[in-house]
Structure formats: C-alpha cells, structure tokens
Ligand binder design. Structure first.
Ligand code: PBG
Length: 332
C-alpha cells in the first residue's frame, strides 16, 4: 500500500519523538507550579483537620492549618490559594448573614494567610451556598433563586472579603449583574486594586458533588442549580457570559468544570484573549483518584496529563486540588 502522505519518507514525524531531548525541544506546552490556584476548605476550630471521604487526599483544615499549608504551597511555587468555608447545617440561616460577617471562617482564613505569607495571592468564592439553609447560591423565594436581592448580599460579601485582604474575588453564583455591582462597590469603597476572577462560564454540572459534601451543602441543598448555571449543551451562551462579565469589570474569567469543557476553554481564549482559567472540579479530582486507588490508572500520570491539557486548550492557569502534589512532581 502506498503511504497516504506523499512526503514520506522525507517527512518522518517520528524523528522528533525519538529521544527525550528532542521531545523536550519541540513540546509546545508546559506546566509550572505558577499555573496553579489551590482550592482549600477551611473549618472552625484549632489545629485540626477532617478528611473528606469523596475527595481522597483532601481535608478540611482549621484556619491555623490553612495558613501553614499556604506557607508550604507558596514555597512550592504556587502563587495563589482559594478559600472555601465549611458550614454545618446547624449554622446555616435563611438570611445568610454569616456570609458578610468579617469574622466568618473564610474572612479569618484570608487574614491568616495574608499574615503568614503576604506574597501569596488569596482568592475567595462569592456565593451564598456555604451559608444558606437551602444550600442554594442565592435567596430562595417561592422555590426560585431570586436575582437582585441575592446580588445585594453578594456585594456585601465581596466587600467583607476585600476588607479582609483578599487579592482576587471569585463570584461563583451566576446571578445577573453581580460583576458590575461588585466592581462599582469596590471602586467606591477604596478597593480599586482588588481583582475579580469571574466564574463566568459555570455549568449546571453533576461534577460538583464532592465539593458540596466538602462545604456542607449536600445535606442542605434542595433542588438543583439549573435556573442560574449554564446548560451543558450550550457553548455560544458561555461566550456571551464571558463578554458580559468582562464588560461589567471582570479582570479574569473561568470555565467550570474543566475536563469536559476544554472546547469552551479554547473558544474563550481564542475569542477574548484575556486571562482564562479552568476549574478542575471536585468530581474530576474524585474520578481520577478513584481510578488510581483501584489501580486502573496511573494516578500521577493522569494528573499531569489532565493538567497539561488545560494549558494546551489555551488556559493561563488551573484551579486544582492537585496543586501541591503536581507542584512537588514538577519541582522534582
Ligand atoms: C459554589 C461553588 C461550587 C463550586 C465552587 N463554588 C459548587 C456549586 O456551584 O454547586 C464547585 C467546585 C468543585 O466542585 O470543586 N457556588
């Protein structure tokens, strides 16, 4: 059979795959610890931690331990940490007032990390689900997550986080108009340097299950989030959300989940050319860890391959629970 490629044998692609040195020379994309934002779960108490069964290898940490972990992560070259608070069902309320309390565990953790390692960027999450009795990202009235009243609460939450020293705010709520409202409030309250990394293309995904266990929302959550998060069938809509959030004052944007949405990552970067992040979410992490624990996949290899794929798709960085382990591997 004649080869399909008429240039064969002058063109033998395998020449450049023959040795590690040649492969290193022509590799188009690489990973470094600077690509990672590390999401951590913080809980009340002192000098303690609690394993999260659906996320093997991840624990909720008390504030002091989050600060210690941040020091170690920074030493590994990880530039940013993202803080998620755990709230038990008993501490959740209908008015979600804890969300903008300066002394809630998220705000305490922001201050502790900034004090322990000032050079590390601290990112937050803005949504009511860690505090809400309904487990929803916004206030529920007559079974519907209401928009404008929720945005008012989210703005208060954003200001408390900025006041606590957060460098990057991460609105993950998918309410309409929240980025503009937050940006305006930040400007008028003297926080013009605080960046917003908007969860702009956030899908109504089943891959968030383990996260909801981690922040204590699973037990509280009634219904789903399909009236505000994007339908997994839509791609153009994600681009419209990105355009809208940039227009309202977002500095960086996110696609979430990650691995099943690499087409969206690629389209976003190609279309807008802005700093683009993907969130390799809890369910993706759990899937890879489960397969590795069973000996079905090589855990380290699939971890690195999955992370590299985000960079190849066009992402500037990745929120990943693998950040410390991957950084340790990269540092040899
Ligand atoms: C809350 C929020 C979620 C995640 C980040 N912020 C869950 C959700 O929307 O239900 C998911 C992260 C993960 O699964 O790792 N607004």
């Amino acid at each position: 059979m004649t080869p399909i490629n008429a240039r064969f044998p002058s063109y033998r692609p395998r020449r450049l795959r023959r040795s590690a040195a040649l492969r290193d020379m022509v590799r188009e994309t690489t990973l470094t610890p600077a690509d990672f934002i590390w999401p951590v779960f913080v809980m009340d108490g002192e000098d303690g931690e609690e394993a999260i069964p659906s996320m093997p290898g991840v624990s909720r940490l008390t504030v002091d331990r989050v600060a210690k972990a941040a020091v170690e992560a920074h030493a590994l070259g990880i530039p940013a940490i993202c803080i998620f608070p755990y709230t038990p069902l008993s501490a959740r309320t209908a008015d979600c007032a804890m969300a903008w309390d300066m002394d809630n565990i998220a705000n305490r953790a922001i201050r502790a990390v900034k004090a322990a390692v000032p050079g590390m960027a601290v990112m937050t999450d803005i949504a009511l689900d860690p505090y809400n009795i309904d487990g929803q990202d916004g206030f529920v009235e007559d079974g519907y997550v209401v928009n404008d009243r929720t945005v008012e609460a989210l703005v208060k939450m954003a200001l408390a986080q900025a006041e606590s020293g957060a460098d990057i705010l991460g609105p993950s709520d998918m309410m309409d108009g929240r980025i503009g409202a937050m940006r305006q409030a930040l400007e008028s309250e003297g926080h013009q340097h605080v960046a917003i990394l908007s969860y702009s293309a956030k899908y109504a995904s089943a891959f968030y299950g383990p996260f909801r266990d981690a922040v204590g929302a699973s037990a509280a959550l009634k219904g789903d989030k399909t009236t505000y998060q994007i339908d997994p069938g839509n791609g153009d809509e994600a681009l419209r959300m990105i355009a809208r959030d940039l227009d309202e004052g977002a500095d960086m944007v996110m696609v979430k989940p990650g691995m099943a949405y690499l087409d969206i990552c690629h389209r976003v970067k190609a279309e807008f050319g802005v700093p683009t992040f993907a969130y390799q979410v809890s369910g993706e992490y759990a899937m890879l860890q489960a397969a590795a624990a069973n000996g079905w996949l090589d855990g380290k290899k699939v971890m690195m391959e999955s992370l590299l794929a985000f960079k190849r798709a066009g992402c500037d960085g990745i929120l990943t629970y693998f950040a410390p382990e991957a950084s340790r591997l990269l540092q040899g």
